[in-house]
Design a binder for this molecule. Structure first.
Ligand code: R5P
Length: 291
C-alpha cells in the first residue's frame, strides 16, 4: 500500500500515512502559463494506492485528480482509495432551474468511475441520507467529525451553550452536545444571496452564557457573523466558533472576527490557520475498516 500526497494537503496526508504506518510518495504538479496542469506520479505503484487530497477550491484539483487516478491505474494500481476530507460539489443535488447541472450527481458518478473507495467527512448532503446515493459504489464512506470536535471542546471548556446557526446544523450540534453533556440550541436561517443571510435565534436565555457556534462549513462567513451579532445583542458572554470545513473565502475570517467571535477552531479537513482539530485518527480508522 502507498499514499500519494499533493503539496496543498501534505501535512495532513503525512500525519495520516504515519498513523497508518504506510509509505508516501509525492504527486508533482506543474501549472503551465495557460493554466493547464501537468501531473507526475512515481513510475511504478503497488496494487493498493491511497490518494489523499481535500477538494476545496475544486476545479483545478478535480482535473488533476482525474489525471492522477487514470495514470495510477496505468501504472499498476488495482485498488484506488480516495481520501478527501472535504468533498466539494455535494450541495447542488437538484436543478433549481431548468437546465442547471446537478453537480452532486455528476461529480459522484465521476468519482465512482475513478475510485474503488471514497472516504470523506461530514459532506453537505441535503436531500439524501447516505453518500452512496451520490457516489454509487459500495465503499462511499461518510464519517463525522462530531467525536473529534466534542473531545476538543471538552478539553478546552468547562461549559458552553452550543448553537447551530440553521436547521441543517442540528445533526452536528446535537451529536456534539450529547457526547459531552453541554446544552444546545438551533437557530433558523434564510439565505437571500451568497452574502445575504437572515438568522433568527431560538427562544432561549443567552444572557451571560458562553456560546460556541457549531457549523459544518464557513464560506463567506456571513452565517457566523450574523449569528454572532444577534447573540451579542441577546447578552451572550463570549462567543467562539467551531467549523468542520474552514473554506473561509475572501474576507470571511475578518468578517467573523469583526462581528465578535473570540476564537475560531476548525478541523484540518482544509489547510487553514484555524485548523487545530486533527482528523487523522478518524480517517485511519475508516481505512483500516475497509482493508
Ligand atoms: C449551510 O447550510 C452551511 O451549513 C453553512 O451554514 C453555510 O455554508 C455557511 O456559509 P457562509 O459562511 O457563506 O454563510
Amino acid at each position: 500500500m502507498l499514499m500519494l500526497i499533493f503539496p496543498d494537503y501534505q501535512l495532513q496526508a503525512e500525519r495520516l500515512a504515519a498513523r497508518l504506518a504506510i509509505p508516501t510518495e509525492n504527486v508533482h504538479i506543474h501549472h503551465f502559463p495557460d493554466g493547464e496542469s501537468l501531473v507526475r506520479l512515481p513510475p511504478s505503484l503497488p496494487e493498493h494506492v491511497l490518494i489523499c487530497r481535500s477538494l476545496n477550491q475544486p476545479n483545478d484539483k478535480l482535473i488533476e485528480l482525474l489525471f492522477c487516478a487514470r495514470t495510477a491505474r496505468q501504472l499498476g494500481a488495482k485498488r484506488l482509495t480516495l481520501i478527501a476530507p472535504y468533498l466539494s460539489y455535494m450541495r447542488q443535488d437538484i436543478a433549481n432551474q431548468p437546465g442547471e447541472a446537478v453537480s452532486q450527481r455528476i461529480m459522484g458518478q465521476m468519482l465512482a468511475e475513478l475510485f474503488d473507495d471514497v472516504i470523506t467527512v461530514d459532506p453537505h448532503l441535503h436531500r439524501i441520507n447516505s453518500l452512496d446515493q451520490a457516489i454509487p459504489i459500495k465503499n462511499a464512506i461518510s464519517l463525522t467529525a462530531a467525536n473529534e470536535v466534542a473531545k476538543f471542546l471538552q478539553k478546552k471548556l468547562d461549559y458552553a451553550l452550543l448553537l447551530g446557526p440553521d436547521s441543517e446544523s442540528e445533526q452536528w450540534v446535537s451529536a456534539i452536545a450529547n457526547k459531552i453533556g453541554f446544552d444546545f440550541a438551533v437557530a433558523t436561517k434564510i439565505r437571500r444571496g451568497d452574502k445575504q443571510v437572515e438568522v433568527s435565534l431560538p427562544d432561549f436565555d443567552f444572557s451571560n452564557q458562553p456560546v460556541v457556534i457549531i457549523d459544518d462549513m464557513a464560506s463567506t462567513g456571513r452565517t457566523l457573523s450574523k449569528a454572532t451579532e444577534l447573540l451579542l445583542e441577546a447578552g451572550a458572554q463570549k462567543i467562539d466558533a467551531v467549523i468542520t470545513h474552514p473554506l473561509f473565502c475572501g474576507d470571511a475570517e475578518a468578517h467573523i472576527l469583526q462581528a465578535g467571535v473570540k476564537n475560531i477552531w476548525s478541523t484540518d479537513s482544509i489547510s487553514h490557520s484555524t485548523a487545530c482539530i486533527y482528523l487523522d485518527n478518524l480517517l485511519a480508522g475508516a481505512v483500516w475498516d475497509i482493508l
